[in-house]
Ligand binder design. Structure first.
Ligand code: ADP
Ligand code: MG
Length: 699
């Protein structure tokens, strides 16, 4: 249908990128804007009109008729409100207009977005403010302007604002460190993220037939398929035709938006896949990840499929997460987490490494919270995902180095190892200095850390707010000490060694999925919040309020409102799930099973009519088992309905969330057990919903 597409021709073609800015803006304006973007400085208000004009012309040339401020309220998804560029000029005529004021500020009605109590004390009004550091782009005929979203009182009502603040914090503290090591050039330290995204693709028909998938994005019932992922034949396997077609189109659409989607492959579970983009600065990476998820959902139906982003769509097979690859670099792109050839002599690297180790140890609870959702509770601690315990994996080389620093013993650089495959025509490959540990929630992978706990459907902003701010705090403490000392080298060595000694408990290179680790972690005093509500409760612990307050990332008020929203969304999700289960049970499952029992009874009757001595044990046994299960199901149904009523009656969100965790969820599990047991005994043609086998092996 189309001629060959050159990636370089379409890449970022729908983005008001730096290249477009250079082309279209007066030199001074371009420089001023670039300065704001690169250094995170304040925007020169006088240039807004000029930028808006250029943006509008460019957008109209690309077919846009509308513009929208695009923001990330605390719902976890993005929000937009479109206005036409149109402006009436009398005589029934209109011109296309877009002012600097419209670019810089928007005023959507904030009253329907979660505010966690901020609305009670402040006005319902909300403002969006242009974030020049994230590029505007065109989608579906509208110019999208990435913005921050705040209340009338100036409190952040979104995930973007604190993220930008945390990037400023790590930049400021990172610069202090760089200066101490003699770098006078770097103007900004940037935190970078590459977010690998896992997802499932299933057939649209199956999706429509299951109300749990339809309403909750995950199955609430379902006996395991006869074949699961035990053969590992899906991982990196050949892509089914329509999946491959989907991925091609997805890549194309993402590339247009300047999202450097790079790697795609099948994941471990049947019907599971992964996409990895090339990393970029954190604020952009967050935007891009949200757009990636949006396009996955939007494009799948074109290929007769639905994209599931839920953390655990199917019990018993792997769930989906996000690998948040994080590093910091200078504005010229020098990676500060690169150990170099001689890490033992690279004191700046060791100091930054120590900063991360300290940050992760001190703020285990915050990191855990950043990955805590109702959906992720179903995944964490399973056989495929990190447990609820935070720990760091460094890899053999760094671990040996850290140990030698801690106990003051000698260290020599690890030998570079090569491996030959024994076939002359194949190249000799240099071995990585670290092997992979796929079970670690926070793993050093050569020149970056990979936080693997975040759920697949989550906005990655909070995880990065926590990492940036916590590391900024470590750097700030180090800078305080180093700026004061008269013995720089001595203080530096002592700082590194002390920090590693004090926070060494967070390092773990064994199997994080094992039972032994849980016991060992408890001995080490590491926190282990098994469920989201247990984690949320610690969000506003004094030390956490102090951390975010110190760097102006979130005020106590903002934190309290967020804490409220955590509990609120948790309870809402669980409430919907419980109700869908109840509905499916009485309206789909019970009628189906009872109909099947009826048919078995008919069979018995007709067979006995035919011959009084017919052996009816098969029908009789199945009827007996199903009848017992049917009444157990109904009992479980009643129990769930009762506790769901209690949960709904609770006015306090936190109390409700804990009630769901300890009372409703166990009853949901009990009901599911009964239903799944009936599924395996009920004739295929009677079972009212597609089974796991149908769904995961049909695409
Ligand atoms: P893997 O996790 O299999 O090792 P890659 O090395 O390709 O895969 O990296 C996975 C993700 O990490 C990609 O999104 C990649 O862009 C990102 N990444 C690579 N280097 C960095 C870095 N310095 N900072 C942040 N992310 C990075
Ligand atoms: Mg990875």
């Amino acid at each position: 249908m189309e001629k060959m597409t050159r990636v370089s021709d379409i890449f970022a073609s729908e983005v008001f990128s730096e290249d477009v800015m250079r082309e279209r803006l007066p030199k001074e304006v371009y420089k001023s804007l670039l300065n704001t973007i690169a250094r995170g400085g304040e925007l020169d208000a006088s240039i807004a009109d000029v930028v808006a004009g250029a943006m509008k012309d460019w957008a109209i040339e690309h077919g846009a008729t509308h513009f929208t401020h695009w923001f990330q309220p605390l719902t976890g998804v993005t929000a937009e409100k479109h206005d036409a560029f149109l402006s009436p000029v009398g005589n029934g005529k209109a011109i296309m207009e877009f002012s600097g004021k419209e670019l810089i500020r928007g005023e959507p009605d904030a009253s329907s977005f979660p505010s966690g109590g901020l609305r009670a004390t402040f006005e319902a009004r909300g403002y969006t403010a242009w974030d020049p550091a994230s590029y505007a782009f065109i989608k579906d005929g509208s110019l999208y302007i990435p913005t921050a979203f705040c209340s009338f009182g100036g409190e952040a009502l979104d995930t973007k604002t604190p993220l930008l603040r945390s990037m400023d914090a790590i930049s400021a503290e990172g610069l202090r460190i760089l200066r101490l090591f003699g770098d006078s050039e770097t103007k900004r330290v940037v935190s970078n993220v590459g977010a690998e995204q896992e997802y499932f693709l299933i057939d649209s028909e199956d999706f429509k037939k299951r109300r749990d998938l339809y309403f909750c994005g995950r199955t609430l019932f379902g006996a395991p398929a006869v074949k699961g992922q035990e053969l590992d034949d899906h991982y990196f396997g050949i892509l089914p035709t329509r999946v491959s077609a989907f991925m091609k189109e997805l890549d194309l659409e993402l590339w247009k938006l300047g999202i450097a989607s790079k790697t795609k492959h099948n994941e471990a579970a049947p019907a599971q896949h992964e996409l990895a983009p090339i990393f970029t600065s954190t604020n952009i990476a967050v935007d891009q990840n949200l757009l990636t998820m949006e396009y996955m959902r939007k494009l799948a139906p074109k290929f007769g499929m639905e994209c599931l982003l839920a953390e655990k769509p199917f019990e018993g097979i792997n769930g989906s997460g996000k690998h948040n690859n994080w590093s910091i670099s200078t504005d010229s792109g020098r990676n500060l987490l690169k150990p170099g050839k001689h890490p033992a002599e690279n004191k700046q690297f060791l100091l930054i490494l120590a900063a991360v180790i300290r940050a992760v140890d001190e703020y285990q609870d915050l990191l855990r919270i950043s990955a805590a959702t109702a959906g992720n509770d179903c995944r964490l601690g399973g056989h495929e995902a990190p447990p609820a315990i935070i720990s760091i994996f460094l890899g053999e080389e760094l671990e040996t180095l850290v140990n030698s620093i801690v106990d003051g013993s000698a260290y020599s650089d690890a030998e570079r190892k090569y491996m030959s495959l024994g076939i002359p025509s194949l190249p000799t490959i240099r071995k990585d200095t670290t092997d992979r540990n796929r079970t670690s929630p926070f793993a050093f992978t050569g020149n970056k850390f990979e936080f693997r706990m975040v759920g697949s459907s989550q906005n990655i902003a909070l995880a990065n707010i926590v990492i940036n701010t916590a590391v900024a705090e470590s750097l700030s403490i180090f800078a305080d000490a180093l700026e004061e000392t008269l013995d720089f080298d001595g203080t530096l060595d002592a700082l590194i060694a002390d920090t590693l000694r004090r926070h060494g408990r967070i390092l773990f290179s064994g199997n994080s999925y094992s039972q032994e680790w849980e016991a060992e972690a408890a001995r080490r005093g590491l926190s282990n919040f098994k469920t989201a509500p247990e984690a949320y409760a610690h969000f506003t612990d004094e030390k956490n309020i102090a951390l975010f307050g110190k760097f102006g990332v979130m005020s106590e008020t903002e934190m309290r409102s967020r804490r409220e929203i955590f509990f609120e969304s948790y309870r809402k999700i669980k409430n919907i799930e419980a109700r869908v289960m109840l509905e499916m049970t009485v309206r789909d499952i019970i009628p189906a099973v009872s109909k099947y029992i009826g048919s078995l009874t008919d069979s018995i009757n007709s067979r006995l009519t035919f011959s009084k001595t017919a052996n009816i044990s098969a029908e009789r046994d199945i009827i007996e088992k199903l009848s017992n299960l049917l009444s157990a199901t109904y009992e479980a149904y009643n129990a769930l309905e009762l506790s769901e009523k209690v949960a709904i009656s609770k006015t306090d969100c936190e109390e409700a969330a804990f009630y769901y965790k300890s009372s409703v969820i166990p009853r949901m599990d009990a009901l599911r057990k009964c239903v799944d047991a009936m599924e395996v005994l009920t004739a295929r043609e009677y079972w009212p919903i597609p089974t796991y086998g149908d769904i995961t092996f049909r695409v």
